[in-house]
Design a binder for this molecule. Sequence first.
Ligand SMILES: Cc1cc2nc3c(=O)[nH]c(=O)nc-3n(C[C@H](O)[C@H](O)[C@H](O)COP(=O)(O)OP(=O)(O)OC[C@H]3O[C@@H](n4cnc5c(N)ncnc54)[C@H](O)[C@@H]3O)c2cc1C
Length: 463
Amino acid sequence: MKDKGRNGLKAISEPEDRHNRTDVVVVGAGIAGLTAAFRLRQQGCNVTVLEAADQVGGKMASAERDGYVLNRGAAMVPKAFTALTRLCADSGLGNPFKDVPLSFGIPRDGTVLPLGGAGLAAALGGIRTNLLSWRSKLLLRRLLVDMLRWQRRLGHDDIEAAGRYDTELVTSYAERRLNREIYDYLIDPLLRGIYLSDPSTMSVVDFFLTLGKFAEGPPMEYPNGIDFLARHLASLVDVRTSATVSSVSRIDSGVRIVWHDAEGEHSLDSRGCVIAVNGADVVKLYPDLPDRPRELIQSIPYGSVLKGIFGLRRDPTDVPTVVVVPSCAGIGLGVTHVDSRAMPNSVPRGKAVVSGHWVDSFAKSTARLPESDVLDQMVRDMEAVIPGFSQELEFAEIVRWDTATNARYVGFYRTVAELRSLTDTDDVIQLAGDYLDISGTNTSAESGERAAAALSKRLRVGA
Ligand SMILES: Cc1cc2nc3c(=O)[nH]c(=O)nc-3n(C[C@H](O)[C@H](O)[C@H](O)COP(=O)(O)OP(=O)(O)OC[C@H]3O[C@@H](n4cnc5c(N)ncnc54)[C@H](O)[C@@H]3O)c2cc1C
């Protein structure tokens, strides 16, 4: 693997034919854009990736501090994330993932109750703890039956099937089939911890798709910061960082991309383009986007997330690796994750990195407060999950994401199914990114694969 270091990627390489023609320009070096670029390169395309930030990875980026590797966005890679494992294998990394013996917990009445593994195992783990009353424990059998039924309905990543069944709030499903306690202490914390917004607006499809993903196996261990894959893919294609695209438009011979960097504005013509940025940015930089896809993309809002990354003097051994916090706990913290257990080589010996993710409403309500006040509140919330947290704290970093993950609502899957049917066309401009499915690293990589396949077919490369 050619490792160029985390920052300073500007030195990677100049686009091959910067002022003239390249086969395909990819806008955005998040996992969606880099996957598209790598797959197109495999097909023999000459690809140039333009990235606005000064490093690759987007929401899958990492940074270094005093010998610690800090994941700025994503941190968990569940076993069901097969697009990522496929990418690793195909790009020469082999299988860098290992199953982490995961522990999972949910706080109730001031104590974090450890459950079994992820997903269903964790849900059934509720049977062995005091998380649920006996009445609720008996009702979990229904959840198991429903889960099997939903697995058959939803198939594997079938967005149209998800759209067809996306008609009920998860709260109303829980009321109809389960009870309030199971909703409050199992369903709500799972959804809130994963999507970091209010579960009461989410669909029953969100719940069963999420449970299905985590039931397939626990999150996996990876070799260093979560950006290892983005950096590896970036080393295999031409990437220009600190290069911001301002417009993508159709011309007779293909596509014209206007972009700027420290040296000024540039124009680059290509045969095709993959736009792999947030939905909100797509509509700004792609004026030719037809009305209906534009409307659909605008109807998929993003939520904000406030992430705290904490260096600790030692691993909080009694605390489960992942703790998801229910809304009824009354704090803004949605999930904690002991990152250093997923990437053990990424911290000084004996130390730990723990991340906390605060939900959309907390992120928005604290956006204008002084950082020190926000941090005080964050540390108090972390104490609720990790007793003695503040005594072990060596440093803290806060990362604000205003377009973190797409907001969940009933009807989301119908919107996405329609959007994908309109944009998976024979166009020279293809879209990829985390608004085309439930936001996540794996679904973004899949969107990059779809865009690359459509474009290579259109450009008749690799035939
Ligand atoms: C705090 C947080 C925690 C998360 N945790 C997880 C997790 O544990 N597991 C998981 O699977 N997912 C997680 N996610 C979601 C996941 O990280 C994202 O859905 C995924 O990484 C998105 O990838 P992407 O390539 O679609 O978009 P992005 O990563 O957003 O990439 C888009 C890229 O385009 C660039 N760009 C934007 N505009 C321009 C422009 N005009 N010109 C050039 N470049 C541009 C951006 O700088 C960015 O690098 C998390 C997200 C956040 C924010």
